[in-house]
Ligand binder design. Structure first.
Ligand SMILES: Nc1ncnc2c1ncn2[C@@H]1O[C@H](COP(=O)(O)OP(=O)(O)OP(=O)(O)O)[C@@H](O)[C@H]1O
Length: 375
């Protein structure tokens, strides 16, 4: 491929390779903007990039998703030009010697559930949720890679049917049990993969992964995964994590998950960790006052609850910052996209919301049995 793609984009460096294509760091020679360009051969059909473009168009620059700038075909390659982001969570986890604190993983959980909720609100399933699909930029986790996405709504308003024998979709390590059973995936499965991603970030491993990689076939992982109880997956960690997984495992195929229920479990857990450091994100400014959540004693009404949840969400993401990636000094150099600050106390006392979880898990599960709430 030429270094100047489509006579406009100066390719700088390969960022990484996926199953179907490669992602490059590039500069727009017209605007000097730093970009990421995903490229795949035109011979790949159906084209994952085409699907990604459709999804990104639908998301239309929604917070926590990369902006799509341009796309096209150039020299036997499909390409899409998007916002350049920082390292993915797997890479950052490695930088931290595979050790995140409970507060950090809880904070990640808060952002993950919001991204998944937003994607689902566009009637789209991700179907390959895992740590490497979340990229850190500023204080925001961005969800990327929409090549496995599928709409769960068809003909305008019908939920896709629960079919079987669909073939495995996702990544063995983080896939839901339904993915291993080859059952059509729905919203619950993205959340189950989110739980396994959080378990991995807490533990540094997942119990169904054998040190001998020859024992990690899809079937063997699936078999072992079915036999681990929720409690054993999160053994030694706060019970809130297993509460979330219990709730998610209890969802039926059609049910619209209560994302706020999960978010509030995480937010309440985070509140227990005073003065925690979230080392993944830079801390350029103090959080603005309007983002600070006040304690609302005795005002636990639904309205207050919703307002606080919204504020908490804003606090987690704060404002979107412009990219601060360093220029590439030399083409051989791997970009060091992210600065990690160990010392700053990042979000001091932001999570002092007085939101006690409004429904216990058994009530939620009872609710589900009453009917299939889709929206
Ligand atoms: N907008 C972006 N900005 C910066 N880096 C990105 C961007 N999008 C993807 N990347 C990085 O590019 C690399 C390749 O990403 P890609 O989504 O193609 O595949 P993958 O998720 O690594 O693998 P697979 O497709 O097999 O799941 C990853 O390291 C990812 O973090």
């Amino acid at each position: 491929m030429d270094e100047l793609l489509a006579n406009r984009y100066q390719i700088q460096k390969l960022i990484g390779k996926g199953s179907f294509g490669s992602v490059y760091a590039a500069i727009d020679s017209k605007t000097k903007k730093k970009l990421a360009i995903k490229v795949e051969s035109v011979s790949i059909t159906p084209s994952p990039i085409e699907k990604e473009i459709l999804v990104l168009k639908k998301l239309n620059g929604l917070k926590g998703f990369p902006k799509l700038y341009s796309y096209g075909t150039y020299q036997e390659h499909n390409y899409m030009v998007m916002q350049r982001l920082g390292k993915n969570l797997s890479q950052v986890f490695k930088d931290f010697s595979h050790h995140f604190t409970i507060a950090e993983v809880t904070h990640i959980g808060c952002q993950m559930v919001k991204r998944i909720e937003n994607l689902h609100s566009m009637e789209i399933l991700h179907r390959d949720i895992k740590p490497s699909q979340f990229l850190v930029e500023g204080k925001i986790l961005y969800l990327v890679d929409f090549g496995s996405c599928k709409s769960f709504i068809y003909a305008g308003s019908f939920h896709i049917p629960m079919t079987e024998d669909i073939g495995f979709i996702g990544t063995h390590m983080f896939a839901s049990r339904n993915a291993h059973s080859k059952i059509q995936l729905s919203r619950r499965d993205d959340l189950e993969s989110m739980c396994y991603s959080l378990a991995y970030l807490l533990r540094g491993n997942l119990p169904w992964i054998d040190p001998d990689s020859s024992k990690n076939t899809e079937a063997k992982i699936g078999f072992r995964k079915m036999n681990y109880s929720t409690l054993s997956i999160f053994e030694g960690f706060p019970e809130e994590f297993s509460q979330v997984l219990t709730y998610v495992k209890g969802l039926n195929f059609y049910y619209c998950p209560d994302y706020n229920f999960i978010f509030n479990i995480f937010i309440n857990l985070l509140e227990k960790y005073e003065n925690y450091n979230i080392r993944l994100f830079k801390n350029p400014k103090k959080p603005c006052k309007t983002c600070l959540i006040k304690s609302h004693k005795h005002t636990d009404t639904k309205k207050r609850h919703e307002k606080d949840t919204k504020k908490a969400e804003n606090c987690l993401c704060l404002t979107e910052e412009s990219s601060s990636l360093p220029e590439f000094k030399n083409r051989q150099q791997v970009p060091n996209n992210i600065k990690v600050y160990n010392s700053e106390i990042l979000l001091e006392k932001q999570y002092t919301i007085e939101v006690k979880t409004q429904k216990c898990i058994s009530e939620m599960i009872k609710d589900q049995k009453k009917g299939c709430k889709i929206f």
